[in-house]
Ligand binder design. Structure first.
Ligand SMILES: [Zn+2]
Length: 746
């Protein structure tokens, strides 16, 4: 997850383009002796400005204050960002110019206290970027993204400030600091060095130019993708063309057409949540092909929204930046501070899984081909046929119809199920709140408390439905991180999805896949809500991108526990729980189609890594994609989950660049971790849950992830659990029977 993002699992909103900004926030701080004066003058300034610009105002009211979403005017963003950046720069400058010798307290801890106003403005700005985007906002975004990049560089390139950080980092006194303080010192030092703090002045200037250019390109990439997703759609004009579509999909398509004032028609929008079900059910092969082409060609149509040239430029700038920073390639630079450490280790893992996955695809295609033949269809399976025939094979072999399952998957009930799981595993209690402002009537808010003590833990905002101006996909973000630098501050997190609204007054039914995504994003939210750290830069989900999917992926496993299914998977009309024999059929089919799921994901992850290992050669994305896939032996029946021109994970920020492998890296960990529950008393084993919370969910980035995992599991993760889960052979053995549903790349 990332956060502003588009079409992905977006986890942390990366408003700023450099890695340091995406992964770490620099918060304000002031040495104690200066604190009162500075605070007073800053407050006076903020208060007078806030009268004119509500975005600058403190968040007041219950729950430690909440975002003032009801007072947002797009025209206020630019002056608010500019004023908040100026404020933060002056706070940082005071730290840099402090005449006292550098200490943890007057330098590192002080930095954690800077930029409070900017944090608030950016939290709201991020919501508008990802969920309330429109032409007026896009103009602001295009102007502000390079400015935010330059701002970030001004801090990391502040020579005097870096000398202070370096002095604290190298000081013998460091070993006397608390472990969390030592970790924070290491993080600041590492992030500054990684961002070029040690470069010569001319190299720094070039670096900053590159970052600003990249920021502009990322924004254009995202806006192009959003344009193709909202401006292109498939219009269906007759009942006959709806053949095969379930009623819920017809209703949603009719509503979409009504929203576009196209009466008597049906509209399939150009997003995954619309196109995937259409490809699964439509009996009209020519329409499937049409929808498929529209979807996989987003950003690749040779028109004003084409992303190819932008990608070429991004790759060249990234390669140049990596060289400046002393790394052979962008991939090496990105991996250096991740759990995987080197691109080679990620390639090893991906290649180990690739071959068995492709072998499974061959079997899947043979099954589908045979079934098509039996039905009299004289066709060769094409990419627009895969989901359609896979669904037929699923029905035939496992007697499992996704539509039958869907009748038991009501959005509201599943949400209650997630709350119940959070209560069992983390002792959380959720209750609705109505007295805080929201940015759209669809958004609902819950207060999270400790079940035993009743103590306030945080707020959870939920924005479930697709709408124009909202990025596709699903993501989590934090509007405010938990911390206690100066007294306890609780977190505010949000989950965002793109479910299609049903008919008014009727429950929203979602697919098993979407239900899994719902639990996934909720796992990120619980990671944020469980945070128990001192410093905001180390809080919640601010961990390495190849570790951050572990908490979310492991949470997916609880949806298929009997406790959740019996209580919360109830029929939308009869209220009866899902029958056991249907649960058994789901269980038996759980490794079904894993060849497809694994290959479409790995193809994207491998292309991402290889593009960023290619160095400074000029890359034509289409040609590179074709050549790489041919070399890999990509099955012709499957396309990448995210083709390059729409790969927002990789090109809408640096966030997941050379980082899409993270999902499988994390899934090795999450599969292995879930086995800890299986080996103990089952998914609700209290002792294992307590260890998971203590060593994983609550620690943020205060501990090296490999150490944290060892503390939880008693050893390093092993790949076997992942292979079993996906139904692939382990160490040469045949298919495993105990296959479990696989964590999905979002
Ligand atoms: Zn995720």
């Amino acid at each position: 997850m990332k956060l502003k993002s588009i079409g992905i699992t977006y986890l942390l909103l990366s408003l700023a383009p450099t890695a340091i900004q995406a992964e770490n926030k620099f918060n304000p701080n002031i040495a104690n002796d200066m604190k009162s004066t500075v605070t007073q003058s800053v407050n006076a300034e903020v208060n007078s400005k806030a009268d004119e610009n509500p975005l600058l105002a403190e968040w007041k009211g219950a729950f430690g204050g909440t975002p003032l979403f009801d007072r947002v005017k797009v025209a206020d963003f630019k002056p608010a960002l500019e004023s908040a950046m100026t404020e933060k720069l002056s706070e940082v400058e005071r730290i840099a110019k402090n005449p006292a010798a550098p200490t943890f307290k007057n330098t590192i801890a002080a930095m954690e206290r800077t930029g409070r106003t900017l944090d608030r403005v950016q939290a709201v700005y991020g919501v508008w970027s990802s969920a309330m985007n429109n032409a007026e906002f896009q103009t602001v975004e295009r102007e502000m993204s390079p400015k935010l990049a330059a701002f970030s560089d001004k801090i990391t390139q502040n020579e005097t400030l870096f000398r202070r950080i370096e002095t604290v980092y190298n000081s013998p006194a460091k070993t006397k600091l608390a472990p969390e303080q030592q970790r924070l010192t290491w993080l600041y030092y590492t992030n500054f060095v990684r961002a070029g703090a040690r470069l010569a002045p001319d190299a720094k200037a070039r670096l900053s130019e590159i970052n600003q250019q990249l920021a502009g390109l990322f924004t254009r990439f995202s806006q192009n993708q959003l344009a193709d997703e909202s401006e292109q759609f498939l219009v269906i004009k007759s009942e006959a063309e709806l053949a095969g579509l379930p009623q819920s999909l017809r209703d949603a398509a009719a509503q979409e057409a009504a929203a576009k004032k196209m009466s008597g028609a049906w509209v399939i929008t150009n997003t995954r949540s619309s196109v995937d079900p259409f490809l699964t059910y439509s009996e009209r092969r020519e329409l499937r092909e049409k929808a498929w082409r529209m979807f996989v060609n987003r950003g690749d149509n040779g028109d004003a929204h084409d992303n190819n040239q932008i990608i070429t430029e991004i790759l060249q700038l990234r390669a140049e930046r990596a060289k400046l920073l002393g790394y052979p390639t962008h991939a090496h630079w990105r991996l250096d501070d991740k759990m995987a450490k080197t691109p080679e280790r990620t390639m090893e893992l991906m290649e180990a899984v690739w071959k068995p996955a492709v072998a499974r695809v061959r079997e899947e295609v043979a099954d589908m081909q045979a079934l098509a033949k039996k039905e009299g269809a004289n066709i060769k399976i094409e990419p627009w046929d895969y989901r359609y025939y896979a669904e037929k094979v699923r029905k035939e072999r496992y007697d499992l119809d996704q539509n039958e399952v869907k009748q038991y998957l009501q959005l509201d009930k599943l949400r209650e199920g997630m709350f119940w799981v959070a209560g069992e595993l983390f002792n959380f209690n959720f209750s609705p709140v109505t007295n805080v402002p929201v940015y759209h009537p669809d958004v609902k808010v819950w207060e999270v408390k400790d079940k035993t003590t009743g103590k306030h833990v945080g707020l959870w905002y939920f924005d479930p439905f697709a709408r124009e101006g909202k990025s596709s996909g699903a993501w989590m973000n934090a509007y405010r991180n938990q911390e206690r630098v100066d007294g306890s501050i609780t977190t505010i997190v949000s989950n965002n999805s793109n479910f299609v609204k049903g008919k008014p007054g009727e429950p929203v039914l979602i697919s098993w896949d979407d239900a899994t995504t719902l639990f996934h994003e909720f796992g990120h939210a619980l990671h944020g809500l469980s945070s128990n750290v001192t410093y905001p830069s180390l809080s919640g989900t601010s961990v390495a991108t190849d570790y951050v999917e572990f908490p979310s992926q492991i949470l997916e496993r609880w949806i298929s526990t009997p406790e959740v299914l019996q209580k919360f998977a109830v029929h939308y009309q009869t209220g009866k729980p899902i029958p056991q024999n249907l649960v058994d059929r789901i269980e038996r089919a759980s490794a079904f189609n894993q060849g497809f799921a694994t290959v479409e994901y790995l193809a994207s992850a491998l292309v991402d890594m290889k593009m960023h290992l290619a160095g400074s050669q000029k890359i034509d994305p289409d040609a590179f994609e074709r050549k790489t896939l041919a070399e890999l032996g990509m099955p012709g029946e499957i396309v990448m989950r995210h083709r390059t021109p729409q790969f927002g994970h990789v090109f809408s920020s640096d966030g997941y660049s050379a980082g899409y492998y993270s999902y499988i890296w994390s899934d090795v960990i999450s599969a292995d971790a879930y086995d800890a529950f299986v080996e103990a008393g089952g998914p609700y084993d209290k002792a294992v849950a307590a260890r998971l919370r203590k060593y994983v969910f609550s620690v943020g980035n205060t501990i090296d992830p490999a150490d944290a995992y060892r503390a939880f599991r008693g050893r390093d993760p092993k790949i076997e659990a992942l292979m079993r889960k996906r139904g692939f052979p382990v160490n040469g053995s045949k298919k495993s029977k105990s296959a479990k549903p696989t964590a999905k790349p979002r």
